[in-house]
Design a protein around this ligand. Structure first.
Ligand SMILES: C[S@@+](CC[C@H](N)C(=O)[O-])C[C@H]1O[C@@H](n2cnc3c(N)ncnc32)[C@H](O)[C@@H]1O
Length: 400
C-alpha cells in the first residue's frame, strides 16, 4: 500500500502541467526501487495504472489505465495508455498494478478496494459485493487522496439516476423538508451523497435486509446515521407495509437479491427488484398508501422485454404520470401521484439549476440529454414517456 499514498499530495497534482523532460527530472530522483523489486512487481504486457505527463489529458493527478511495453535496465517503465498515448522511462514510483484488494469479508459480504475506470482514467474506489456474485458490484464509493470514502461523487449512473429524484421533488425548496424512503442501502452511496448535498432539506429512512451489509457500510463506507438519516435492518417490503399513510414524498427502490439469477434472454425474466415489489397488490396497497398526494416512486428494474412492458402497465394503473429512464441494463420506472409533464430538455434545465447535482449526476444527465439521438439509433437509452417506452419495447428492431 506504500506506493498508494506517496504520489497524492502536492507534486502529483501538478504533473500534467509539466513537460515530459521536467516531469522526468523532477520525479526520477524520487524513487529508489531496485531492479529486482521492479521485476518482481511488473511484467511487460501487464495491465497497470500510471501517472501521465501528457498535456492532452485534462485531469490532474490521476492515474490512467494502460499496459507496460518495456522495462529498462534502470528500472524505469514504458507504458502505453488506453487512449493510445505513451509514457517512456516512467518511474515505478508512479506505476501500480491494476487490481483489487480484498479489504473485508464477512457473512455474505465482500468489500474490495479497486478502481473504476472511465475512458482510460482509473480512480480508486471501494466496492461492495455479495460473495455469491462477487462480479456484481452492489455499491461503489470513490476514495479521496487519503483513501477515505468520498460522498460528493456518485460513481455509478444507476445511483446518479436515483439521485435525480432530488430534482423532481424540488428539495431545494426550503419551505418544506422532503421525506425519502430508500429500500436497499448497500454501501450507502446514494443516501450518503443525498445527505451530504442537502443535509438539512432531506429526511431519510433507509431499509436494508442484510445485517452484514449494514455492518460493512458503517465500517468501510463511512455511512453514519443521524436525526435525518436512519437505517433500518429489515425487509423493505415489510417496512413499507407497516409504515404510516402518506409517510413519504419519495420512495426509491434499489433492492437486489444476490441469489436471483441473471435474466439473460428470458423475455419475462425479472432480475431486479425481488418479485414481491412488483406484485400488483403491493403497488396498489403499500406503495400508494405510503406516498403523499404529490409523491414520487422510482423503481430500479432489470428485466426481460415483456416483463418491462408489464411493469410499465402496472405503473400506469397506479400513477397519474409515468416515465421510464433507460440506462443499460437498468430501467428506472418513475411514477408520479399527481400528473407531471417532464421532457428531457426540461429535466436537464432543472438539474443545471440545482448545483451541485449537475456534477454529481453528470452521467445520468448525459443519458437524458441524448434521448432523441438514442431513439434515432433505436436504443432504449434516455428519458421516455411510458407510452413511448412501451412502443419502443414492442418494436423488435429496438435494442433493449
Ligand atoms: C444495489 S444494492 C443498493 C445500493 C445502494 N442503494 C447504494 O446507494 O449504494 C441492493 C441492496 O438491496 C438489498 N436488498 C435486497 N432485498 C431487499 C429487501 N427485500 N429489502 C431491503 N433491502 C434489500 C441488498 O441486500 C443490497 O444491499
Amino acid at each position: 500500500m506504500g506506493e498508494e499514498t506517496i504520489t497524492r499530495p502536492g507534486s502529483a497534482v501538478a504533473v500534467n502541467k509539466l513537460s515530459q523532460a521536467e516531469f522526468n527530472t523532477r520525479f526520477s530522483t524520487a524513487w529508489q526501487s531496485t531492479q529486482e523489486e521492479v521485476n518482481n512487481r511488473f511484467k511487460v504486457g501487464q495491465k497497470v495504472e500510471a501517472l501521465s505527463s501528457s498535456t492532452t489529458k485534462d485531469e490532474y493527478g490521476l492515474f490512467y489505465v494502460g499496459s507496460i511495453t518495456k522495462i529498462s535496465e534502470d528500472s524505469s517503465l514504458d507504458v502505453l495508455f488506453e487512449d493510445g498515448s505513451t509514457e517512456e522511462n516512467l518511474s515505478p514510483f508512479f506505476v501500480r498494478p491494476f487490481g483489487r484488494e480484498v479489504l473485508y469479508e464477512s457473512g455474505e459480504v465482500i468489500v474490495v478496494d479497486g478502481h473504476i475506470a472511465r475512458q482510460g482514467v482509473a480512480r480508486r474506489a471501494r466496492l461492495l459485493s455479495f460473495k455469491s456474485s462477487p462480479q456484481l458490484v452492489q455499491s461503489a464509493v470513490m476514495l479521496d487522496e487519503d483513501g477515505a470514502p468520498c460522498h460528493r461523487q456518485i460513481p455509478f449512473e444507476q445511483h446518479q439516476v436515483l439521485c435525480l429524484s432530488l430534482v423532481m421533488a424540488k428539495v431545494d425548496d426550503a419551505s418544506k423538508r422532503s421525506r425519502f424512503l430508500i429500500i436497499g442501502s448497500g454501501g450507502g452511496t446514494l443516501p450518503m451523497a443525498m445527505h451530504t448535498v442537502f443535509p438539512t432539506l432531506v429526511d431519510m429512512d433507509v431499509v436494508e435486509i442484510s445485517k452484514d451489509v449494514v455492518k460493512a457500510s458503517s465500517q468501510f463506507f463511512k455511512v453514519q446515521v443521524n436525526d435525518n438519516l436512519r437505517i433500518h435492518t429489515q425487509d423493505g417490503a415489510r417496512f413499507l407495509e407497516t409504515s404510516r399513510p402518506a409517510a413519504y414524498d419519495v420512495l426509491l427502490l434499489d433492492a437486489a437479491d444476490p441469489e436471483t439469477p441473471d435474466c439473460g434472454d428470458s423475455e419475462d425474466g425479472l432480475e431486479v427488484p425481488p418479485p414481491q415489489f412488483v406484485e400488483p397488490a403491493f403497488l396498489k396497497g403499500a406503495v400508494r398508501r405510503a406516498l403523499t398526494s404529490d409523491g414520487i416512486c422510482v423503481y430500479n428494474v432489470i428485466a426481460g422485454r415483456s416483463k418491462l412492458v408489464q411493469i410499465a402497465h402496472l405503473f400506469e394503473e397506479h400513477f397519474a404520470s409515468v416515465y421510464v429512464l433507460g440506462t443499460d441494463p437498468n430501467y428506472f420506472f418513475w411514477g408520479f401521484v399527481k400528473p407531471k409533464a417532464l421532457d428531457p430538455d426540461g429535466i436537464v434545465e432543472m438539474i443545471e439549476a440545482m448545483e451541485p447535482l449537475d456534477t454529481l449526476c453528470k452521467h445520468a444527465m448525459e443519458i437524458i440529454n441524448s434521448t432523441e439521438e438514442n431513439i434515432g439509433d433505436k436504443t432504449l437509452l434516455g428519458w421516455f414517456t411510458v407510452e413511448q417506452f412501451v412502443l419502443l419495447c414492442e418494436d423488435p428492431t429496438v435494442m433493449v
